[in-house]
Design a protein around this ligand. Sequence first.
Ligand code: ASP
Length: 425
Amino acid sequence: MSTSSTSGMNPWRLWNRLPLWQKILAGMVIGIITGGIIGPDAIVLKPIGTIFVNAIKMLIVPLVFCSLIVGVTSMQDTGKMGRLGLKSIVFYLLTTAIAISIGLALGHFLAPGEGMNLIAKEQEAVKEAPSLVNTLVSIIPNNPVKAMATGNILQIIVFALALGISLNLIGDHGKPAIAIFTSLAEAMYKLTGLVMVFAPYGVFGLMAWVSGAYGMDVLLPLIKVIAAVYIGCLLHVYGFYGAVIALIGRLNPMRFFSGIVDAQAIAFTTSSSAGSLPVSLRCSQRLGASRGTSSFILPLGATINMDGTALYQGVTALFVAQAFGVPLTPGDYATIIATATLASIGTAGVPGAGLIMLTLVLTTVGLPMEGVALIAGIDRLLDMARTMVNVSGDLMVTTLVAKSEGELDTELYNGTRKFVETTPS
Ligand code: ASP
């Protein structure tokens, strides 16, 4: 038998032996190289990525809905849910305000727009941003089926929480429904695992398309702003989150970062934090967060927490101000921090949403709208980095809040016990 020598040479076997995260990263790198070689024609590979994105999106609604109901019914303590929600929202907003401050600091010191000397035309009229009251009112779904059909995550969260609490309140009568949701949630976790097998190929298709689409002529004039956003994103994730995990969470940041690679890679390539939800849920549970906590805090984060988007708005607002020579006062800086933090709540976790919200930030401080057009050409590249940060932030807050509530299995986190995919009944 010649198995050992031949199997050692067989690339397919070698590939199959790699852990998933390595395959995903390999998919990214090979995609970038392929796109670089083929150029714009690499768009023919995009459908491979789109199939993967569709398959992941298919999971979101049933996964979030079922696992949140299971989470609520397994927690019993309604007060605890309230506390979890409040803590997460406070953390989410605080980290966002810090992210935008980092963005502003980088925009100020790196000055990516200096020397561009652009001249703005007349201000165009801008659409009104949705008011806070409207946003709050629309969180309550008037039709839960419609909320699911349109993928409105906040409304789905509200309905799942209400249904879960009611199932708890009716005691034995609730048990059959809970059993069904538990079984469906298990099936959705399994399905996520199955879809993830396809991730490296999907990621390859998406990266080949992006890298083929952007030539140097598009990138070079804006290279400074791209660099400033990427530096900010890396600082925020590996500096700030790492420090918070170590100092406040008293956890090993290395374990955290290696545990979230899959979610980061999917966020980076798909540019959608809502789309990355199934993978984030999987990562956070593998890191030991209880299903109840993760299925509540992560979907909330995917909808309201956008640290990367806020950071990007800080950098790009200053970039536009510098490029068009508009001076900003300290008051303008404060306005940018407040608007971008609030705008991040209303930003949908889908590709390109942050660019639309940028118009809001620019208008509040009177910066020219042409700035948006300038950024639009490279927005996908910036979107990838900011979505990676958004998802990392959701996972950081989930881990931290889970730890503080005794809902983090530290043996799983530290790798002293292995994660078991399904809970045997
Ligand atoms: N694409 C980002 C996300 O899904 C939102 C944005 O465009 O900033 O998190």
